[in-house]
Design a binder for this molecule. Structure first.
Ligand code: AMP
Length: 572
C-alpha cells in the first residue's frame, strides 16, 4: 500500500471535526486494507507502530528529528527551527523543508506503509553506541523519499504527535463498522476484545476473520497485560454497601437485592501491579500497561519462589513502607523506584515495598474473568504460600453489616491506608470498566485527575519555571480533551523544576510566554469548588485549584471524564 494513500486518510481525519465522519473514514480505510496491511494500519492511524501494551519506544527526540530533516533536505537547522516555532508543529516544518529542499535525490524509492512501519519498528530496537545516529539516518532515509505531505506525517509519527483526534473509541467504532454491523452489540464486543488484548491489530483481524463470535472468544493471554477493572467512588461506607450489595444476575452483573456478604479490603495507596508468571518467567505491568519488572527484583523473586501456580495473572497493589515507622509512604516516594533505571538495588533497601494481592485473573490454563470474585480470591489463596518476603494478601474481611464495615474502614485509616474497597463477591471481572462491582471509600474531597495541555512561564522569582498549568479532562463522547482552566499553586520549588523538565520536551507550540504541550503529564488537582465558565471548552473551571501530585500511574486516556466534572459540580 502506498504511504500516500494512508496520508490521504490522515488528511481527511485532520480536516473533519465530526466523530461520525472520522469513524466512517477509518472504517473505509480498514475495510480496504489487504490482509497483511490491516494490522499495520490499525496502529498507524493512532500514530504509533506498537500496540498499547507494548512499551517499546521509538526513541527519536525532536532534536534528532530536526537533524534528520536537515540531512534529508539540506535546509539549515535555524530555518527548520523557525518554521517549527511559526507553525507550532515539527511535521509542518518538515513539509516546508521538503518543499524547499536544496538537495535533489536521484534514487528515492516511493514510500509504502510497509516500509514506514518496518523502518520505525526497527528504530525502536537500536541500542548502544551509534544508535542515535542510526536513528537519524533511518528517519532521514524515509524523508528523502517523501513528498511534503508524507514528510509531515512521518515526522508526526516519529515524535508521537499526530493531532488527529483519534481516540480508542473512534478506532473501536470503526472496526465494528468495517467488519461487523456497527450495532451496539458489535461495538461492545470490540470494546471488550480491546480491553482484554490492548491490541487493535488482533482485534481488527479477529473481527474481520472470525466476526463477533471470534471477538467474544478472545481471552486473556500471559505477558499481554489487560486493562484493569476500575472502581467508582462511594460517599460513605453505608452508600458503598448499599450500592455494591451482594449477589449477581446471570450475566455477572451485581444486584442489590440478594443479601450475601460483601468483601471489604484495605485500599492501598501504591502502584497497581499486574503480575504475569509462566514457570520462572515473571513480568510486572502497571495499570498504564508499562512494564516495571526491572524495578522490583525482590517481588519478581518472591513470585518465582512463593507462587505455586505454574501459569498465572494476579492483581495487586505495591506499596512503599518506611523502614523506620513501618507505615506506608506517599506514592511520590514509591515513584522514585518506578523511574529509576539503574542502581535499583539501592532503592530496594531505602524504599522497601510490600505487594498486597487482591485478585487472580488466570491460573494454570484457566481464565477466571467470568468467575465470581469469591472463586477468584479462593484461587488466589491457593496459589501463594506463606514464606514470601514482600508478597502478602490484601487485608480483607467479608462483612455482614455496616458497623463491621465502618470499624474496618477506621482501622484502615489508622494504619495509614487510603480507605477501603468494597467489592461484590458474586461479580465477574470487567477489564477496563468502572462498574459498580467495586467501590472505593476514602475520606478526602474528591480530587480530579487531569492532563496538562498547556503552560505559562511563572512570574517573578520563579520565572524560569513552567508553573502555570492549563488542565483538561476528557469528553468521553468525542474522545477529545477539553480544558477546565488554569492551576497556579501547590507546587513546591522541586516540583516546579520537575514539571518544567517534563513539559519542555512536549512543547508543540509557543506563543509569547505561553506554550501548548502534547498531553502526556497527568496530575491530580485539588480545588475548592467547580464553577461554570464560558471561557473553557468544558464549560467549567476549577476554583482555587492546587497541584496535589503527579499521577504517573495514569495515562492521558485515563484522565477524569467531563461527566465526572459535571457530576461533582451538581453535587456541591
Ligand atoms: P483510584 O486510583 O483512587 O481511582 O483508586 C483505584 C485504585 O486503587 C486501583 O486502581 C488500585 O490501584 C488501587 N487499590 C488499592 N487497594 C486496592 C484493592 N484492595 N483492590 C483494588 N484496587 C486497589
Amino acid at each position: 500500500m502506498e504511504y500516500a494513500a494512508l496520508v490521504d486518510v490522515y488528511r481527511c481525519l485532520e480536516t473533519t471535526a465530526s466523530t461520525n465522519e472520522k469513524t466512517a473514514v477509518l472504517a473505509d480505510c480498514f475495510a480496504a486494507a489487504s490482509e497483511g496491511q490491516l494490522p499495520l494500519v490499525a496502529t498507524l492511524v493512532r500514530g504509533t507502530v506498537f500496540p498499547a501494551w507494548d512499551s517499546r519506544e521509538l526513541g527519536v527526540s525532536s532534536s534528532l528529528t530536526r537533524e534528520a530533516i536537515r540531512k534529508a533536505t539540506g535546509v539549515d537547522d535555524d530555518q527548520i527551527g523557525e518554521w517549527w516555532r511559526e507553525r507550532g508543529d515539527l511535521g509542518d516544518a518538515a513539509a516546508l523543508a521538503v518543499e524547499n529542499r536544496s538537495q535533489q535525490t536521484l534514487f528515492s524509492e516511493s514510500l509504502t506503509v510497509e516500509l514506514v512501519h518496518e523502518t520505525l519498528t526497527e528504530l525502536a530496537g537500536y541500542t548502544g553506541e551509534g544508535s542515535q545516529s542510526r536513528r537519524v539516518d533511518a528517519v532521514a532515509k524515509l524523508l528523502t523519499s517523501a513528498d511534503p505531505d508524507e514528510a509531515r506525517y512521518v515526522v508526526r509519527t516519529v515524535v508521537g504527535a499526530m493531532r488527529l483526534g483519534i481516540g480508542e473509541g473512534t478506532v473501536r467504532d470503526a472496526v465494528a463498522a468495517a467488519f461487523l454491523d456497527g450495532s451496539d452489540e458489535a461495538v461492545s464486543a470490540v470494546e471488550r476484545a480491546h480491553q482484554l488484548t490492548n491490541d487493535f491489530r488482533v482485534v481488527a483481524e479477529t473481527a474481520r476473520d472470525e466476526g463477533i463470535e471470534g471477538l467474544r472468544a478472545l481471552d486473556v493471554e500471559l505477558f499481554r497485560p489487560l486493562k484493569v477493572m476500575l472502581a467508582q467512588k462511594a460517599e460513605s461506607v453505608g452508600d458503598a454497601l448499599a450500592e455494591v450489595g451482594g449477589g449477581a444476575n446471570e450475566e455477572g452483573e451485581p444486584s442489590v437485592t440478594t443479601e450475601t456478604a460483601v468483601r471489604c479490603e484495605y485500599k492501598y495507596d501504591g502502584l497497581r501491579t499486574q503480575i504475569h508468571k509462566r514457570g520462572d518467567e515473571v513480568r510486572l505491568f502497571t495499570r498504564r500497561l508499562e512494564d516495571v519488572t526491572e524495578q522490583f527484583p525482590e517481588l519478581v523473586s518472591d513470585v518465582r519462589n512463593h507462587v505455586s501456580a505454574d501459569d498465572c495473572i494476579l492483581e495487586s497493589e505495591t506499596v512503599g513502607y518506611s523502614p523506620e515507622t513501618n507505615r506506608p509512604v506517599p506514592f511520590q516516594e514509591l515513584s522514585r523506584r518506578i523511574k529509576r533505571e539503574n542502581r535499583i538495588e539501592e532503592l530496594v533497601e531505602s524504599v522497601p515495598v510490600v505487594t498486597h494481592l487482591f485478585d487472580a485473573l488466570y491460573v494454570d490454563g484457566e481464565s477466571l474473568l467470568d468467575a465470581p470474585l469469591r472463586t477468584r480470591v479462593e484461587r488466589l489463596g491457593d496459589c501463594v504460600d506463606d514464606g514470601a518476603d514482600v508478597l502478602e494478601p490484601a487485608t480483607a474481611i467479608a462483612v455482614e453489616d455496616e458497623t463491621e464495615a465502618r470499624e474496618f474502614y477506621e482501622t484502615a485509616l489508622s494504619n495509614g491506608h487510603e480507605g477501603i474497597m468494597v467489592k461484590n463477591l458474586d461479580a465477574a471481572y470487567q477489564p477496563g470498566s468502572r462498574v459498580g462491582y467495586m467501590l472505593k471509600v476514602k475520606p478526602v474531597m474528591e480530587p480530579l485527575d487531569l492532563v496538562v495541555v498547556g503552560a505559562k512561564w511563572s512570574e517573578g522569582r520563579k520565572s524560569e519555571f513552567l508553573g502555570r498549568l492549563h488542565l483538561a479532562c476528557r469528553d468521553e463522547e468525542s474522545g477529545d480533551l477539553c480544558d477546565v482552566g488554569w492551576l497556579f499553586s501547590g507546587l513546591t520549588d522541586e516540583q516546579l523544576a520537575e514539571m518544567t523538565h517534563r513539559l519542555e520536551p512536549l512543547v508543540a507550540e509557543r506563543r509569547g510566554r505561553e506554550v501548548r504541550v502534547r498531553p502526556e503529564v497527568v496530575v491530580e488537582a485539588e480545588y475548592e469548588e467547580i464553577q461554570r465558565s464560558t471561557e473553557s471548552e468544558s464549560g467549567y473551571a476549577l476554583r482555587f485549584p492546587r497541584f496535589a501530585r503527579f499521577r504517573d500511574d495514569l495515562s492521558p486516556d485515563e484522565v477524569d471524564p467531563l461527566s465526572k466534572v459535571e457530576r461533582l459540580y451538581d453535587d456541591q
